[in-house]
Design a protein around this ligand. Sequence first.
Ligand code: PPS
Ligand code: ADP
Length: 306
Amino acid sequence: MNAVQSLCPPCRCRMIQNHECGHSATDNLGFLKFCGINAVGSSRTGKTLFKPIMAKENHDASFIRRPSSKCHGHHLKKPNRLTPFSNHSAALSDKNLSAMSNIGISMNILWHECPIQKLDRQHLLQQKGCVIWLTGLSGSGKSTLACALSRSLHSKGKLTFILDGDNIRHGLNRDLSFRAEDRSENIRRIGEVAKLMADAGVICITSLISPYRKDRDACRALLAEGDFIEVFIDVPLDVCEARDPKGLYKLARAGKIKGFTGIDDPYEPPYSCEIVLQQKESECMSPSDTAEIVISYLEKNGYLRA
Ligand SMILES: Nc1ncnc2c1ncn2[C@@H]1O[C@H](COP(=O)(O)OS(=O)(=O)O)[C@@H](OP(=O)(O)O)[C@H]1O
Ligand SMILES: Nc1ncnc2c1ncn2[C@@H]1O[C@H](COP(=O)(O)OP(=O)(O)O)[C@@H](O)[C@H]1O
């Protein structure tokens, strides 16, 4: 078992608040709220993490709050003193302005860096964050493999987390159906969550039908080269249908479920992916054998060490 040493630095962060924004619940939670702000962040080495900037509009003088004694971000009291921000005004420039982004329909947002980064977390965990993307028909064995993988990696002291399509549809994605556009949104959201998990240093295992190639490729594009490991569980439809553990194929064949993958909705197998687990009824590998194939891949590609 790896010795885990806390890397938590003495907190020298500065909580920043725009005076014009007022005090809100988000401030209490330690979130930085950028509405027409100028802001400065410092790393523990004293290096400026992001430069003072102005929003596209509303760039009058702003204020930086003095650090509170409790600076873990959850119990900030109202400031008793605000310091004018004027000494940083020289740093304001068109270049800084261009650091602001408009993403989707979010206006004037700025990426906030933290001095503790993915490499630090990976070092702590002695592994590399990545996404193991399991794809295949309903009944192909995705959830079973995800659990076998998680169990085996856990026993080796590796931190994993499973994002299972069925489970995520109980919460985060409960507003989505099985229409093509909702399946795409389901996969996009899970891809984004998986990316955050990988950034956290976790070996994230996703278990979704993810029937469309373009959606899987879009998730792949979110991650660094190599960190998206697509595993196709290639089980013929008739085998999945014979298993039918939830009775859904039977309902689909009877026309009681419309748009069921493999019956009246498409499944697009990967053209090329990292691992293909070909299963036939006559020679079906056990879940622990298939888990070992994936774990060997992780080992060979350095994901089980920092
Ligand atoms: N129309 C239709 N088509 C396919 N699957 C259906 C459908 N309706 C319900 N289910 C059940 O939902 C599970 C698949 O959810 P996913 O989120 O993995 O699907 S997708 O990736 O968005 O296509 C899937 O679970 P698994 O059997 O574990 O794959 C099914 O139990
Ligand atoms: N390697 C395997 N060999 C034989 N049966 C399996 C294997 N993997 C899973 N199964 C069985 O197939 C059924 C579907 O598995 P599941 O993991 O729920 O699939 P999915 O998540 O793809 O829908 C279950 O009854 C499970 O026990």
